[in-house]
Design a binder for this molecule. Structure first.
Ligand code: SF4
Ligand code: SF4
Length: 417
């Protein structure tokens, strides 16, 4: 893609990075076929290619964000399916991160939107606050119907509906300290990210991880001072808050490295893993953190990646155990981990079922009974009208807000049948 940034604009390293990304896009449109928001809404502006054009236009003209661009960028789920599909290696993740930070700096959202975002950024990254908020949610649950009837309060109703009615007690294993590996032979030393929301909603995930690793002879450190990876605020464009979280974690893990070395930093939530593996990039412009952050990113490993790389005794198979595996977007597209989780599960279960699914489920309303995720994917490809051959470079696609959905029968949301 041709770009027209001035030398003064390119002096900003964030703009220079985005320009490099934009130049890689050949607007072939392959990415639209696996973009859940395009598949659902059928609007080019809700596709990766459409968003890339919008971001280019905004950055190149040095314009503040407007309502239109905010709407379409907000709808992006950051599932990163477009990055897996793109044949040109366009780093959409870094581009949309830059766009979100630009939006945060230049666009004034409506009051309720600002309050909701500020509340999420204040509560979710902090386990104590999140736990208290979930308890308070019980008081608001009887009013869900009322909130739903008031358009301005629908986000509150949606949050109350998502809040579980009970939460498990906090795990003592998540407290800072060291869990010694069992056996006489030490197999390794790792740190574990205890994280934020996951540690409140399901502390058993980290407890089980620590138990398994220590049984395998691996020493597990829960470093003092680690916290939320920063992904949540990063996706909101609150760049300074995200970088503060990243620096705090880099400091905590650097101390653990200095105190005895680390073979890996284990992460049990794939979205956090995607962000921590990007710390090296996020902090590249900070001379006092760039090197340490790159070292942390290199050590970051999803638990399945780590387990797949070490010798483990054969698990005791329980006959008749059938496991279904959901490959999260941040796992398969953000971290490109697809094989290890299924191989580990297949070793322990009689059968591990995993359906190839290129499209994130988060944007999709409940499917009709006749549509499977597989058929949705093929329908999406067909509906996008994109051939598997790139469009000629001389005729870039026009951006149109017209929705192909209007051409589809409304009886089925997924296909043209
Ligand atoms: S798939 Fe094609 S249109 Fe989409 S980001 Fe990659 S190069 Fe651009
Ligand atoms: S990250 Fe996901 S939702 Fe966003 S443009 Fe890419 S495929 Fe679409």
């Amino acid at each position: 893609m041709q770009t027209n940034f001035s030398a003064a604009q390119l002096a900003d390293p964030h703009v220079a990075e985005s320009e490099k990304i934009l130049r890689k896009c050949v607007h072939c449109g392959f990415c639209t076929a696996t973009c859940p928001t395009y598949v659902t809404l059928g609007n080019e502006l809700d596709s990766p290619r459409g968003r890339i054009y919008l971001i280019k236009d905004m950055l190149e003209n040095g314009r503040p964000a407007d309502k239109e661009i905010v709407t379409h960028i907000d709808r992006c789920l950051s599932c990163l399916a477009c990055m897996t599909t793109c044949p040109s290696g366009v780093n959409y993740m870094h581009l949309v991160d830059h766009a979100r930070a630009h939006i945060q700096k230049t666009y004034r959202r409506p009051l309720l939107d600002r309050l909701t975002r500020a509340m999420l950024a204040f509560v979710l990254p902090y386990p104590g606050r999140f736990r208290a908020a979930l308890k308070l949610a019980g008081l608001g649950r009887p009013f869900i119907g009322l909130f739903e009837s008031l358009p301005a309060l629908r986000p509150v109703a949606a949050m109350l509906e998502l809040a579980p009615s009970s939460i498990p007690p906090a795990s003592p294993m998540a407290l800072p300290g060291t869990h010694a590996g069992q056996g006489t032979k030490k197999r390794g030393r790792v740190a574990i990210l205890t994280g934020c929301a996951q540690s409140v909603l399901d502390p058993a995930i980290n407890e089980t991880t620590i138990s398994l690793l220590t049984r395998l002879g691996v020493e597990v450190v829960v470093p003092e001072g680690e916290g939320c990876c920063g992904a949540l605020v990063h996706h909101m464009g609150r760049e300074e808050q995200a970088l503060a979280s990243a620096r705090q974690n880099v400091d905590a893990w650097t101390r653990a490295i200095d105190q005895g070395g680390l073979d890996a930093i284990i992460i049990t939530a794939s979205g956090c893993g995607t962000t921590i593996k990007d710390y090296g990039f996020m902090l590249r412009l900070d001379p006092s953190y760039a090197e340490k952050a790159a070292r942390v990113s290199a050590l970051a490993k999803d638990i399945t990646e780590y387990l797949a790389a070490i010798d483990m005794p054969e698990p005791v198979r329980k006959p008749g155990t059938v496991v279904a595996y959901h490959s999260a977007c941040s796992m398969q597209h953000g971290q490109k981990i697809t094989r290890q989780p299924k191989e580990l599960l297949a070793r322990a279960a009689s059968s591990c079922a995993s359906r190839a699914k290129a499209i994130c489920a988060a944007a999709l309303p409940a499917p009709t009974t006749s549509c499977s995720p597989r058929s949705r994917r093929s329908c999406a490809t067909a509906r996008s009208g994109i051939s598997r051959r790139p469009a000629p470079k001389s005729s870039p696609p026009a951006i149109s807000a017209a929705s192909p959905r209007s051409r589809r029968p409304q009886s089925c949301r997924w296909c043209t049948r």
